[in-house]
Each structure stands twice: as C-alpha cells, then as structure tokens.
Design a protein around this ligand. Structure first.
Ligand code: ATP
Length: 464
C-alpha cells in the first residue's frame, strides 16, 4: 500500500497560489474595486484559457472517447417542481450557527463537537445560537411579481437538467442503456463559509456525467466509473500521492445515494473533495415520475423489458479542478545557470523560478515565441513563426527584456514550450525549442515545428 502524506509537503501555499493567480491574470476577486464580492471570482486571460482547456479535456474524455455518451446544455433556470422532486427544497440544507458576540457564522458540522455542545464560539469563546437549518439554494423571482408563485431557483447542480431530459435524449438520439449524458455548466449554492480562494464559492462550474444503467448492473458500473475517473487524473499528470478515495459512511450518504466515493486531493489546507462518484439509484427518476406524472421508464424493446434505470454519477468541480491543477503543478526551484553555479545559498532571487507544470494539453499558452533580439529582422522572423503556429496552438510572443527573464515569465504561466529565434535561425532556418520542465534546449528546423510540438504534447510525461 502506498504511504499516506499527512500534510502538504510541496511548496505551494494558498497565499502563494492566490497571489500568483492575481499577478498573472488567472483569477481576480469579483468586483474588486467595490471591495470584492464574497463567494464569486473572475477568470482573467490565463484563467479562462485554463478553464476552457480543462473543460474541453474533460469533454473529450467523457464524450468523444465513448460510443455511448452524449452531451447536453440545459438551462440554469428550471421549473421549481424539479427541486421539490429532487429533494433539494427539503433536504439541501447546511446546519448553521452564529456567534452572538463576534457575529461569525459557522457550519455546525465544521466546528469541534465540544464547542457545539458547550455552545461556545471557536473563535472568541462567545455564546453560539441554536443550530438552524439553512437551505443552500439561491431563490429569485421570474416575471414582475415578487411573490411565492413566481419563485424560481438558480440550479445548485447540473445533474437535474440531465434527468429531466433523459427521455428526450433517448428518443432523439436512439440511445440504448447503458448510456451516459455529459454536461458542464454553472451551479449556485449559498455557501455559508467561502474560504480557501476558489475552493468553495457561491457561483461555480461543474462537469457532470450521468450514466444510466439497468438495475442490478449498477454496482459493476459504479466500480468501472470509479476506475475510469481515477485513471483520468493520472492521465492529466496529477501527483498520485496527492489523490485518495474517501468512501461516504452511513451518516454522510446523501438521501438519494446507495454508495458514494469521493476522489480527494491533498490541497495546501489538507485533503478535500475534488469529485464525487455516486450510485444515485433510481431515486431521481422515480421522484420525477411521481412529481411530473410522466412515465420515465426505459423500454427495452430487445428484451421486452421496462424499468426505471439506476444512475451512476461522476460529478467534478471545474473551478475546483482549476485550483487543484494550480496547486499540483506549482513548484519553486533554484535554477543553476553558468552565472550562479557555485554561488550556494547566496544565489540571487532571480535564479529561482516559479514554475507551473501543467500538462501541455491543458496549459493556457502552449507555445511562446521569443526573438533573442528585436533588431536585425529577428523580431519579424519570430512574428512570422508565431503567425504560423497560431492556427494550431495558443501562442504568446514576448520580446521584452533578457531572455532568461522571459523564460521565467513563461515558466510562471505554465507555458510548456518556448521557441527562441536567433541569428543562426536567419542563416540555416533552425530555432531553439526549450522545454519548461527540464529546461532542455534543442535546435530544430523551423519547418515541421507544429508537427514536433504536437508530438511532444502527445508523448508528454511529467518528470517531477
Ligand atoms: P460539500 O459537502 O463539500 O459542500 P458536496 O459533497 O455537496 O460538497 P457535490 O454536491 O457532490 O458536493 O458536488 C460535486 C462537485 O462539485 C464537488 O466534488 C466539487 O468539486 C464541486 N463543488 C460543490 N460545491 C462547490 C462549491 N461551493 N464551490 C466549488 N465547487 C463546488
């Protein structure tokens, strides 16, 4: 059995990640000029590229690579009966306590039991209120009248949009069980405590795939999907000693679940859920049958059978995955160059680099093109090369400052490949290809660069 890390040993801290994210334009605080909005974040130029690429990678993994999984994009606003049927109106609550003295609000299940029993605030020792149930769904009104008849919810999960469409999809796409429906999109939860940067926010994105199976085959499919989701994170190059399974105990199981496992990641603040793989049984479709009055049975014509399918759900947070990848790929290391070799601990700060070791398929910028000098036509040549590569890759161009510093800037943005154009490039049509992880540099012909980069992406193996 693999040994367990009990604390985070890497150099990433939440402060470092938050500050890098802001400095480099991954993530900004929402409405910062007004003092910020709790629980909401904005994704800057590098952040949106990274988020899109994570979503695309997930989409390919969950749809393109399967013959029996199709996609959907359901509306955020759904008929309010949906949430009565799903159990969210009644059960989607967190237990809440307030401190009468310092006014801090806590989730009762997240403070020490002793404090709860003695009604003592863990922060200031003040008196705590009784525990109240607090529903996490955001409510609003549709239409001009603000009364309960017009109440509507912002969806707290994308899954229900899939369930209410499952019959449409069977009919329009002739799907046969077992099959899956994948969806990515926004979800909203009025979270009581939103700390740890983008880990837990009120507005976030999910990537969910709901797999419909015949009752009795559910346990086998549940295991299959657990294995596949684990392999997916390995494929992304995530550190496997920072991943583990957590099985829900009887107290943790959601009202709809027969069995549930979370994939947890060792974030700087400890082990936390990244993705849930749940056996949701036929609960949701049975409830929707009841509440809608529509027959949601699957008709198996080949075997002359009909039943309400069981659902195996894989539910990952997109924004949470982005945070995980920032933490997982973050490294600080001393760079040995000719200049500082032998300088020992007195090496200057510039000899350290911060590097994000994103998988090249996910990195916000895939290739940066850097002319060694602006003059003598090198900038023009580099500009041409960038123009050529644009069709195939997300590119960047940087001609400002010493080449070493430019490499550092790209390392910090997680750019896996840099192409440097120098005087020799003019003479013999070769350029330098520099690899982010190993910092190795090789001379390659300009012709065939795109092909070479594509191959490097495909064959990429994380070395650290
Ligand atoms: P918790 O119990 O921690 O509130 P949960 O178990 O209710 O979370 P799920 O409903 O299983 O979470 O959601 C599936 C996935 O969606 C989670 O694994 C997580 O990645 C993501 N997610 C859930 N809530 C949030 C949130 N508030 N902010 C960001 N991502 C979230």
């Amino acid at each position: 059995m693999a040994e367990e890390l009990t604390e985070y040993r890497g150099p990433a801290t939440m402060e470092k990640i938050t500050s890098l994210a802001k400095r480099r334009g991954f993530v900004f605080q929402s409405s910062e000029i007004y003092g910020g909005q709790n629980g909401a974040w904005d994704y800057g130029p590098l952040g949106i590229e990274l988020k899109n690429r994570i979503a695309q990678t997930w989409w390919k993994e969950m749809t393109q690579l399967h013959d029996n999984i199709v996609g959907l994009d359901a509306a955020i606003l759904m008929h309010p009966r949906t949430w009565e049927a799903s159990g969210h109106v009644e059960n989607f609550t967190d237990p809440l306590v307030d401190c009468k003295k310092c006014k801090t609000r806590f989730r009762a299940d997240q403070i020490p039991e002793k404090n709860l029993a003695e009604k003592k605030c863990p922060e200031c020792g003040g008196e705590l209120t009784n525990t109240r149930k607090f529903n996490l769904m955001f409510k609003t009104h549709i239409g001009p009248a603000e009364d309960s008849a017009n109440r509507i919810y912002l969806r707290p999960e994308t899954a229900q949009g899939i369930y209410v469409n499952y019959k449409n999809i069977i009919q329009s796409n002739r799907m046969k069980i077992p099959f899956g429906i994948a969806q990515t999109g926004k979800a909203f939860r009025n979270e009581i405590v939103t700390k740890n940067f983008i880990f837990r926010t009120c507005e976030f994105e999910q990537m969910e795939m709901q797999f419909f199976v015949k009752p009795g085959t559910d346990e086998e499919w549940f295991n299959t999907w657990r294995e596949r989701r684990w392999e997916y994170y390995k494929k992304l190059g995530v550190k496997t000693d920072h991943l583990r399974w957590h099985r829900h105990g009887p107290d943790e199981l959601a009202h709809y679940a027969k069995d549930a496992y979370d994939i947890e990641y060792l974030f700087p603040m400890g082990w936390r859920e990244l993705e849930g793989v749940h056996n949701r049984t036929n609960y949701d479709l049975t409830r929707h049958t009841e509440f809608s009055g529509k027959d949601l049975q699957y008709i198996d014509q080949d075997n002359n059978d009909r039943y309400i399918p069981f659902i195996i759900e894989t539910s990952a947070g997109l924004t949470r995955t982005l945070l995980m990848l920032l933490c997982d790929s973050y490294d600080e290391e001393r760079v040995i160059t000719e200049k500082n070799e032998g300088a020992g601990s007195e090496a200057s700060p510039e000899d350290w680099r911060t590097v994000l070791r994103f998988h090249p398929g996910i990195a916000p910028v895939t290739v940066a093109v850097l002319p060694l000098m602006k003059k003598d036509g090198l900038a023009d040549l580099a500009g041409d090369i960038r123009q050529e590569l644009k069709e195939d890759f997300a590119t960047d161009y940087d001609q400002a400052g010493a080449i070493g510093r430019r490499y550092r800037r790209q390392d910090e943005a997680g750019t896996p490949f840099c192409i440097t154009v120098d005087y020799q490039s003019k003479d013999d049509g070769t350029v330098t290809l520099r690899f982010r992880d190993s910092m190795e540099q090789v001379r390659v012909p300009r012709a065939g660069l795109a092909e070479r980069i594509r191959r490097e992406i495909k064959e990429y193996r994380r070395i650290k």
